[in-house]
Ligand binder design. Structure first.
Ligand code: FES
Length: 153
């Protein structure tokens, strides 16, 4: 067999594996979750975040979040996770949700807000949405303690 044929056989194999995995995922996750997991928004880090946090969930996966605050409003938010696809989807949704909110409003965001946007998650992935909320709250706390310290100066 020529090298070219071997490559295209391999490509075909990878493609069919990917399709199989996606098909299986469709049975477990909503379309919205898959869309957010495969095309997440706001992935990355901010150069000079007003608040930052990195939290490890009970599964051992980590989520990092940066927020930028101007006049008590969150104007930007980015995240990075080494976790599962659901944590990617939750990070994407929560970083979008939080933009334009005041600090007080952002504290009121709960994992139910994420779940209602995603159309739910399997029971074993609920903690991924809790991880996203815990990380946001830790970043908000970090912002609050930094601004308290700045006010003391
Ligand atoms: Fe660890 Fe989803 S964040 S399984």
């Amino acid at each position: 067999m020529s090298e070219k044929n071997e490559t295209s056989d391999f490509d075909e194999f990878v493609k069919s594996m990917e399709e199989e995995i996606l098909e299986e995922a469709r049975g477990i996750y909503t379309e919205k979750t898959l869309e957010e997991a495969y095309n997440p928004k706001n992935v990355g880090a901010l150069e000079t975040p007003s608040g930052a946090a990195r939290v490890t969930g009970p599964c051992g996966d980590t989520l990092q979040m940066h927020i930028k605050v101007e006049e008590n409003k969150i104007v930007d938010c980015k995240f990075i996770t080494d976790g599962c696809g659901a944590s990617m989807a939750c990070g994407s949704v929560i970083t979008e949700l939080v933009k334009g909110k005041t600090i007080e409003e952002a504290f009121r965001i709960g994992n139910r807000d994420i779940l209602s946007i995603l159309g739910g998650l399997p029971e074993e992935n609920i903690h991924c949405s809790v991880l996203a909320v815990d990380t946001l709250r830790a970043a908000l706390e970090d912002y609050k303690s930094k601004s308290r310290n700045n006010n003391k100066k």
